[in-house]
Ligand binder design. Structure first.
Ligand code: COA
Length: 261
């Protein structure tokens, strides 16, 4: 496994452990980190020493608190579409990996962090986890597949509420909604739970596991246009004054004043 700068990786007993390692910014996903994730997942399928993957965030506070808002605040319509399409590609790469991928959500999983978690095949959270899609606070929308995956995962009713209100939900509520497989008191126990799931899967026929992943993902067939509409809408958002105001307000640590233009 090639070494990456912002993601710690270690293979042990058939499991690839990935830690998004940017704790001072709550593991916010920079473009560089997305590229690193992509490099890693390009290798995962062909690496025979990997039978499963666990992704978590460094520290105790956050899994990933979103895409990097500093980078998001400087987008134009053209590169915003590319930004969304690249993120969608990386997360699709994770979702279509033939090795089972489990997110261990050790704190905030917001925006792109929630999108990353729901692109994984399963999720185990710690009790302090908080999940949400707060993009509308910034004058944008999710762009890494969140509008599509969340709706598939928990249904239109609650997905629409989460996407429109930007409310964060706690681990118990996420469990109730079907976003999580398990909730554990600590990160250590959440990792142990994910290892337990993977150790069961690792005793099964690897080809069958890959095919289960393909078949479960077939739920998205025909939904291709939904992902495209998301990337186009994301790009349209960044033409607005509200996008400038929303991202600026976050960086200036104040409430945004949206005008609808
Ligand atoms: N992008 C860039 N930087 C981020 C970030 C993001 N998505 N999320 C957090 N950070 C940075 C903060 O700017 C801060 O940096 P600083 O210490 O240099 O000022 C640092 O991480 C710690 O975050 P802070 O906001 O001080 O922690 P908090 O405990 O007060 O609040 C959150 C935690 C998660 C509620 C808050 O950080 C937040 O709302 N983050 C953005 C979530 C979001 O909108 N994500 C979607 C992006 S598309």
């Amino acid at each position: 496994m090639a070494e990456q700068k912002n993601i710690l990786s270690e293979i042990k007993d058939g499991i690839l452990y990935l830690t998004i390692n940017r704790e001072s910014k709550l593991n916010a996903l920079s473009y560089k980190i997305l590229e690193e994730l992509n490099n890693i997942f390009n290798e995962v399928n062909d690496n025979r020493s990997i039978r499963g993957v666990i992704i978590t965030g460094a520290g105790e506070k956050a899994f990933v608190a979103g895409a990097d808002i500093n980078e998001i605040s400087e987008l134009n319509e053209v590169n915003a579409r590319k930004f969304a399409e690249f993120g969608q590609e990386v997360f699709q790469n994770i979702e279509s990996s033939h090795k089972p991928v489990i997110a261990v959500i050790n704190g905030y999983a917001l925006g792109g962090g929630c999108e990353l978690a729901i692109a994984c095949h399963m999720r185990v959270a710690t009790e302090n986890a908080k999940l949400g899609q707060p993009e509308v606070n910034l004058g944008i929308i999710p762009g890494y597949g969140g509008t599509q995956r969340l709706t598939h995962l928990i249904g239109r009713t609650k997905a629409t509420e989460m996407l429109m209100t930007a409310d964060m939900i706690d681990a118990q509520e996420a469990m109730r909604l079907g976003m999580l497989n398990y909730v554990e008191p600590t990160k250590e126990l959440a990792i142990a739970r994910a290892e337990g799931i993977l150790s069961k899967i690792m005793k099964k026929a690897p080809l069958s596991i890959g095919m289960i992943i393909d078949c479960v993902n077939a739920v998205y067939e025909g939904a291709g246009s939904g992902f495209q509409i998301e990337a186009n809408s994301f790009a349209r958002c960044v033409k607005s004054e509200d996008y400038r105001e929303g991202t600026k307000a976050f960086l200036e640590k104040r409430e945004p004043n949206f005008k609808g233009e």
